[in-house]
Each structure stands twice: as structure tokens, then as C-alpha cells.
Design a protein around this ligand. Structure first.
Ligand SMILES: NC(=O)c1ccc[n+]([C@@H]2O[C@H](COP(=O)([O-])OP(=O)(O)OC[C@H]3O[C@@H](n4cnc5c(N)ncnc54)[C@H](O)[C@@H]3O)[C@@H](O)[C@H]2O)c1
Ligand SMILES: [Zn+2]
Length: 344
């Protein structure tokens, strides 16, 4: 097991890479009420290894259920079980379970302690690290939420073996992103070992999770609320979110296409070499991730205009100047429209 810490403006968190589900009980507070929040799928696969809890709350799966109504159901069950300020929430699940549970814990009685057992590659390398939580609202992703850190995040590597390949690959898109924005060695390792990913190689998965958590925790420690370097993690996400919304494809798949568009934009603005654009496309394709999709450019642009990362008349866009180095540029909507037009 490897341990990393977040000590940031929004609080502290311990991240335990390689700790196991059966040991989770040792991290829970004693003599306090415990609620486990999970989904049906994870409970049916791993429920027998869950620690003791006063209540187990199952939330429905899928992005459509990452909404306020699901929170209301959680609050109802916490109230019925007489939870109070001293109670503790343990989320066991992927990004959706962690995003919803983190928000529930941050707001129930103005905030109670919580911890995560992160069970998908995507949530281990991204969603469960860094304190962002929240739900979708009226079709807009992650529109309502807070910054609030769990006491601990356990990245349970053994549980990754039961992930469907599409979920594994969705997480790999975020790992490629981390290589692209901050770690050329990690990027090269993925380039050289796509077969290890598809074989669920334990050593490779541990490296992807650990290196990603190092990158994420280092940047969050400096910029917890996304005023500066934390924006780099949005690489591929401005278009990615628009694609995700318009196609309903998995998050990481949409981000994969978003990264290709952002890389081509970086080259179009004279920042990134064509060689590096080709490497990014090649590594995504070697993993089996999509690199293009058929969406009307105008539909993408309309979705982008409503993106909450829009800042006045422009959007802060994450570009690359080489593999392993990200830059943020503010593009006006007119510039963006022109670029979308030219890329097509
Ligand atoms: N808060 C953040 O900073 C942040 C960052 C990135 C993504 N996200 C959010 O994360 C969400 C996506 O997360 P996700 O991809 O983990 O989705 P998810 O939580 O929906 O999990 C995907 C599926 O995998 C199943 N599953 C989970 N663990 C499993 C396991 N070990 N074995 C077998 N099946 C398992 C789940 O039951 C579910 O059906 C999105 O809503 C996205 O917005 C948040
Ligand atoms: Zn993402």
C-alpha cells in the first residue's frame, strides 16, 4: 500500500492506494453511526466484504440519477436512521456514488465526516481525489455541488478486476490526460504498454492510479479551487462534456475525443507539434478509445456556450504546448466558433 496526502485550502485527506475493502473497518470512527452509500451492482459483487454499518443506502446507477432527487432519498434515510452531526458516511463505489455521497455528507446537517472506497479506475485516478462533489441539474453536468474533502480515499486495486472493459477504458482516458498535461514518462509508459491495460495488469494499474494521484494531489495542494493549475485537469473536458451530453457516451470516451480536439486546437494555435498530436491520437486508438464522433459542429458550439466554465464572453481552454505540459488560454466565443469551423 502507498499513502499520499492532500493538505489544501479546502482541507486534508489521506489517499491510500492499494488498501483493501476488508480492512476498511479499521479506518471508521468508533461509537458513531455509520451509513454506507453504494449502488446495487457493487453491493451484489462486494456486499459480503462491507464493514458493519447502521444503514446501507443504495442509489440508482447512471448519470441520470446523479440528481437532487437522489440526495433527497439519502437525506430521508439518514433522518429515519436518526443520524446526527457526529455520524459518518462511507461511500463505496465509482465516481457517481462518490460525487453524490460527498455532496450529501458536505450538506447533511451542514456537513458530516465521510470517506470513500473508490471502486472504478476513473474514480480512483480522478473523481474521488480532490474534493469536488455534486450533481447534475436540468441537464447541466455537475452544476450543483461543493468543495469538501473526505477524511480518506481508499483506492481498492483488487476491485478493478471486475470492471467491464468499457469502464476500465473510460478511466484510462483520464490517465492519458494526466500524462498529457503533466507527466511525459507516464504518457510514454502507456504508449509502450497498451496490452497491459487490456490485460488488467496489476502492476500497470497500480502505476496508473498512483502516478495520477501524485499529479492530482500535487496540483490540488497548490490550487484547490481551480483558479490556476487545477484548470489543467479540464483538458479535453470542455468539448468532452458537450460530446457526453449530446451522445450519452461514457465520460472517458467523450473526454478521449475532447482531448483529440483540444490537441488539434493546440497545433492550430502553433503550440503543439503535429508529431505530438499524432502520438496522442495513436495512444488513444491503441487503447481502443474513440478519437472522433459525428456531431454537428453547431450543436457542440451551442453546448459549449452554456458550459459553466464559460467566463464572460469567453472560455478558459486547456491546451498543450508539448506532451507533459498544459497551458490555459482564454478564447472568445467568436474565436472558438472559427476554430470549430476550421477543424471540421
Ligand atoms: N468529482 C470529480 O472531480 C470528478 C472527476 C471526474 C469524474 N467525475 C464524475 O464521475 C462519474 C463517473 O464515474 P464512474 O465512471 O466511476 O461511474 P459510475 O460510478 O457510474 O460507475 C460505473 C459503473 O461501474 C460499476 N462499478 C463500479 N465499481 C465496480 C467494480 N469494482 N466492479 C464492477 N463494476 C463496478 C458501477 O456500478 C456502474 O455501473 C461522472 O458522473 C463524472 O462526472 C467526477
Ligand atoms: Zn473527467
Amino acid at each position: 500500500m502507498k499513502t499520499l496526502s492532500i493538505h489544501s485550502a479546502i482541507g486534508n485527506s489521506e489517499i491510500l492506494v492499494g488498501e483493501t475493502l476488508v480492512n476498511v473497518g479499521t479506518y471508521l470512527p468508533k461509537n458513531r453511526k455509520i451509513a454506507i452509500i453504494t449502488d446495487k451492482n457493487i453491493r451484489s459483487l462486494y456486499g459480503s466484504q462491507f464493514p458493519q454499518a447502521d444503514v446501507i443506502i443504495e442509489i440508482p446507477e447512471g448519470e441520470n440519477n446523479k440528481v437532487l432527487h437522489t440526495l433527497e432519498n439519502i437525506f430521508e434515510q439518514l433522518v429515519a436512521a436518526e443520524f446526527d452531526r457526529t455520524s459518518f458516511i462511507l461511500a463505496i463505489g465509482g465516481g457517481i456514488v462518490c460525487d453524490v455521497s460527498g455532496f450529501a455528507a458536505a450538506t447533511f446537517m451542514r456537513g458530516i465526516d465521510f470517506g470513500f472506497v473508490s471502486t472504478t479506475l476513473l474514480s480512483q485516478v480522478d473523481a474521488s481525489v480532490g474534493g469536488k462533489n455534486g450533481v447534475n441539474f436540468k441537464g447541466f453536468k455537475n452544476m450543483i455541488g461543493t468543495f469538501c474533502l473526505p477524511r480518506f480515499v481508499i483506492c481498492e486495486l483488487n476491485m478493478l478486476t471486475s470492471l467491464p472493459t468499457s469502464e476500465l477504458l473510460s478511466g484510462m482516458a483520464e490517465v492519458v490526460k494526466h500524462g498529457a498535461i503533466a507527466d511525459p514518462d507516464l504518457f510514454e509508459y502507456i504508449e509502450q504498454n497498451p496490452d497491459k491495460v487490456l490485460a488488467y495488469d496489476a502492476e500497470a494499474l497500480e502505476r496508473f492510479v498512483y502516478d495520477s494521484v501524485v499529479i492530482k494531489s500535487t496540483i490540488v495542494n497548490k490550487d484547490a479551487k481551480e483558479g490556476g493549475a487545477r484548470r489543467f485537469f479540464n483538458f479535453g473536458h470542455t468539448f468532452g462534456h458537450a460530446i457526453e451530453k449530446n451522445t450519452k457516451m461514457p465520460h472517458g470516451y467523450a473526454v478521449s475525443i475532447g482531448m483529440v480536439i483540444a490537441s488539434k486546437m493546440s497545433a492550430a494555435r502553433g503550440l503543439l507539434s503535429q508529431h505530438d498530436v499524432d502520438r496522442i491520437i495513436a495512444v488513444l486508438q491503441a487503447l481502443g478509445l474513440p478519437t472522433e464522433c459525428e456531431i454537428e459542429p453547431i450543436a457542440l458550439f451551442e453546448a459549449l456556450k452554456r458550459d459553466k466554465k464559460r467566463d464572460g464572453d469567453g472560455i478558459h481552454f486547456v491546451l498543450l504546448d508539448k506532451i507533459g505540459n498544459a497551458v490555459v488560454e482564454k478564447l472568445s466565443l467568436n474565436e472558438l466558433e472559427q476554430i470549430i469551423h476550421d477543424l471540421r
